[in-house]
Design a protein around this ligand. Structure first.
Ligand SMILES: NC(=O)C1=CN([C@@H]2O[C@H](COP(=O)(O)OP(=O)(O)OC[C@H]3O[C@@H](n4cnc5c(N)ncnc54)[C@H](OP(=O)(O)O)[C@@H]3O)[C@@H](O)[C@H]2O)C=CC1
Ligand SMILES: CC(=O)N[C@@H](CCC(=O)OP(=O)(O)O)C(=O)O
Length: 345
């Protein structure tokens, strides 16, 4: 198979290139980029220092050529870009895996409210699917890859709703992310003197993943109306930890065994989610892997459920789940080409 990547010079693009380069079914990777600062001919080895031995040229972006020269295209570009580029691919039913937020929300008004950008046309949004790979196989050729916080949070909460264990107005999520989550561009928060030895809460009650999480949680239980969600930047390079709290629906008949049983049942057979029998996962358990690790606890005194869900934001939260979606779309083994062993320590 031949895969195209748009956005290879960004953090999720470089991770995508690394995974695709080790994928046994990918024979050719073609890279496409916009013209930048007047430079017409861009080379990967000049733009990404770690790739100095890789001589791929970045070809000028051209939708027609991408479709002629490849079997699938990955877009690892910022929000607001693919809403303008998607049309020819959708018209030709050409497989696209879009890592940005542009096609995740079905309601264009929600996108405009949370992303503060113009949404893709409604008919295009309807022609795409939300690629939460551990729960669904893609049923359209345009696949919206989930957001990083959204992936960790949804996978952490899913059994609570599927098994109807909690009071629906009691969900609180406290999520933390490494700095690569904000991409390669320098921002005030990600500047070294600010984030080093620091923890920084941001976008409280306004994070763009709130509507994405709720849209999916409603599929598990349509009665859920809201969740309390906060995001904190922490001084690590990669990884997300979402700590989730909820109250059981019926505290009298509830205990830790029931909680563990729900998680074990929902994730039975799902190869990329590892539920711990005891204790909690740490971010390092999943770095450079496509796993989401989950641990649970129940406090009989406060009658509170705690769930900890960890992922690598660049792998499970972006490039890894994108390749999992590609594998599912083309009928390959779900784990094909994905790193099976995390890096440790
Ligand atoms: N970082 C993460 O952990 C995650 C990111 N995502 C999503 O993935 C996407 C990429 O994120 P990330 O890798 O962090 O971003 P980066 O900022 O690191 O990289 C962005 C990439 O997009 C390219 N680009 C920017 N604007 C355009 C344009 N108008 N046309 C074509 N290419 C363009 C840049 O290329 P150039 O060299 O030309 O500037 C660069 O290669 C985003 O939508 C993000 O929300 C999703 C989950 C997790
Ligand atoms: C640490 C950090 O800044 N993370 C980003 C999440 C990146 C992402 O996945 O967002 P979209 O794909 O929805 O654009 C943020 O909080 O906005």
């Amino acid at each position: 198979m031949r895969a195209a990547v748009v956005g290879v010079t960004g953090y999720s693009g470089t991770e995508l290139f690394r995974i695709l380069s080790n994928h046994p079914e990918i024979e050719e990777i073609n890279l496409y980029a916009r013209e930048k600062e007047g430079v017409l001919k861009r080379c990967l080895n000049k733009e990404v220092s770690a790739f100095r031995n890789i001589e791929n040229e970045l070809l000028p972006y051209d939708a027609k050529k991408i479709m002629e020269q490849n079997d699938v295209v990955f877009f690892a570009v910022p929000a607001g870009v693919t809403s303008k580029l998607a049309a020819p691919f959708i018209q030709n039913d050409f497989p696209v895996i879009d890592l940005s937020g542009d096609f995740r929300l079905k309601d264009p008004k929600e996108y405009e409210k949370w992303y503060k950008k113009q949404a893709a046309p409604k008919e295009e949004l309807e022609a795409s699917c939300y690629g939460l790979a551990d729960f669904y196989k893609p049923d359209t050729s345009y696949i919206a890859n989930p957001g990083c916080y959204a992936t960790a949070t949804i996978l952490g909460i899913a059994p609570l709703l599927i098994k109807q264990l909690i009071k629906l107005d009691s969900l609180i999520v406290d999520a933390k992310s490494g700095v690569s989550g904000s991409g390669k561009k320098l921002t005030e928060n990600s500047h070294y003197p600010v984030i080093n030895e620091n923890a920084l809460l941001y976008k409280i009650n306004s994070h763009q993943h709130v509507p994405e999480i709720l849209q999916q949680l409603k599929k598990f239980d349509s009665r859920i109306g809201s969740l309390q969600f906060s995001t904190t930047l922490i001084p690590i390079t990669r990884g997300i930890m979402a700590t989730i709290y909820a109250k059981p629906k019926d505290a009298d008949g509830f205990n830790l065994e029931a909680l563990k049983k729900a998680y074990a049942e929902v994730y039975h057979g799902k190869k990329c989610v590892r539920v711990l029998e005891e204790g909690f996962p740490q971010i390092k358990d999943v770095q450079y892997s496509n796993y989401c690790d989950i641990g649970v606890a129940y406090d009989e005194l406060s009658k509170t459920i705690s769930v900890v869900s960890v992922i690598d934001n660049l792998v499970k939260g972006a490039a890894g789940q994108a390749v999992q979606n590609m594998n599912d779309y083309f009928g390959l083994d779900e784990l094909c080409g994905l790193p099976k062993v995390p890096a440790w320590p």
